[in-house]
Design a protein around this ligand. Structure first.
Ligand code: SF4
Length: 150
């Protein structure tokens, strides 16, 4: 089973109330090969919501509010979902939305809302990597890359 960022599956859960539908990811969900999760919504954050960025171990909204606790709660709920799936079958990989403070992989915004990207991962991504779950993004050639994980 593959874990995917819910916004890539067409679920309108982004901070701006939109999705980032990716046809391959949606097909994986529609054929029960993938499960969508949105750690920010699982953490109780609304849609739409104030944009947030990761700065070190903390997550801040653009208005300065520290919402690390909500992000941590969302990650732990998402990890519970993964644990439940793994009772039945292994989670082989994750396909995550780039640049997000939760789901970003390899590069994220710099945490001070300057619009610049820096090397780093979102909080949820870090938990998945710590579990040894390989991470792909919507910028990969998914049709090719996912063959080894299905
Ligand atoms: Fe998409 Fe992840 Fe942001 Fe949710 S937390 S909207 S799944 S990038």
């Amino acid at each position: 089973m593959i874990i995917v960022s819910a916004c890539l599956a067409g679920i309108a859960c982004r901070y701006d109330g939109k999705s980032t539908l990716h046809p391959t990811v949606k097909r994986l969900v529609d054929t029960d090969a993938a499960v969508p999760v949105c750690p920010e919504v699982l953490g109780g954050l609304p849609v739409p919501r104030t944009p947030a960025e990761r700065n070190g171990l903390h997550i801040y909204q653009r208005d300065g509010k520290d919402i690390t606790q909500e992000f941590e709660l969302g990650c732990s709920r998402a990890l519970e979902i993964i644990k439940d799936i793994e009772q039945e079958q292994p989670v082989t990989c994750a396909i995550l939305q780039t640049r997000s403070p939760s789901c970003g992989y390899g590069k994220i915004y710099d945490g001070i809302f300057s619009g610049k990207l820096i090397p780093g991962n979102g909080l949820f991504t870090e938990y998945l990597l710590a579990l040894g779950i390989p991470v792909l993004t919507e910028e990969d050639n998914l049709e090719e890359e996912i063959k080894q994980y299905i």
